[in-house]
Design a protein around this ligand. Sequence first.
Ligand code: ZN
Length: 482
Amino acid sequence: MSYKYTMLLTIWLEIHIKLNSENKMFCQCKNEQNFDTLEPNTNICPVCTGQPGALPTLSEDVLLLALKLGKALNCKINKESQFDRKSYFYPDLPMGYQITQLYKPTNTDGEVSFFVNNYEEEKKIRILDAHMENDTAKMIHEWWQSLIDFNRAGTPLIEIVTWPDFSNDDEVVEFLKELQRIVRYNNISNADMEKWQMRVDVNISIRKNESDPLWTRVELKNINSFWMIKRAILHEYNRQKTLLEKWEKIWQETRMRNDTEWISKMMRSKEDALDYRYFPEPDMPTLQLDDEILQKVKDENLIIPHTIIKKFKQEYGFHKEYINALIGDFDTLMAFLELSKQWLKPKNIAKWISGSISAYMKENFVWINNLAFDLKQLSEFIKISDEWKIMDNQMKIVMDEMLKTGKWAQEIIANKWFDTPTVNDNELEDIIKKVLANNPTIVEQYKSGKTSTLWFFVWQVMKQTKWKANPKIVWEIISKIL
Ligand SMILES: [Zn+2]
């Protein structure tokens, strides 16, 4: 639940996402995702170390990922855009400037929908732009010296700038989770916050009434965990609130920005631009997107998690436990989507995945693709639980056994409970005939090709024998008679 705010909170975000392209942004060096495994300064070239005369060329895979993200964020993808030079001095910036997009970014005016409040409410926030820029080198400070590793220099980033549309910490975190799913599920970025592949600047401003102008913003830079973002927002809210209460008169005397000015500040004001001496990057031509690449992006079949969650809620009636279990991890989601194509009941699939399977995965630190059984076996299991009308607690025993041994559900059912059949064959045949006689419509269904109904009879017979027959034999006899 979100914290109870007594004053109006306005938040906007700047999010840096590291693309998982093959190459760095402007050179052919590999775009390494895990720097820890790499010897410092081994993945570099004249371009990304800013040697005189070396010229940048935009990598095509970087551009494609950027456009894919633009599409996923419902941005306008501009046919013509441009790179700008942001100059400042710092040892981690060998060229003395960063190449970014300030004046004419490629992706502008987007919007992202997501759920808040345990998927009860929908929220939409606007995206100002999602622009490309290159990352700096990495500085390592030790007490007697500072070291620079250029492996990271020139790796591609997308900076997403939102409008001030967030009004509490929950909305911020739920949006970031949706964004993380978008970039991960569409293979745009690994977005691992611990590895700084996704980092967030949070801008916060509070006021008493809707009609009050927005006060100065406070920017909390480079936060890389949801928990820290929540904490930082609460802390900053309380700090500003105390100031506002204590210094009310002084604040009111201060010349305040009006909304339009404030928004232009948000879009980076002239002062900001002057500080960094922004100007169009002379080494890069205007970026003109041809029809071929635009068509390629148009044809991209993107996975939008919010749309899937909406379907889960509206079509399948899933509650939050089911949604959480399915949407949090890509492979699990794909497994569910695959199984739901096979005429299995979606609720039944979700029930088993979010129940025994999720618990087992958490406990044993495994993913759905590393379980002892595969998707075909899971499909068979769910089919049996759909059609046999076996009690859930009995199916749970079967599932636990599958998780342990990787055996097929039928095999477990046949061997586990019924290995000492105590019903003789004549008795069994009588029971079978009775069951068939009592269910003429289902017999018809079987004869017209719906062979899965056989399991219904097997189950009925098993019930009648008080689970003392061998279902394999039952199955054989029924299929012989029919
Ligand atoms: Zn390079």
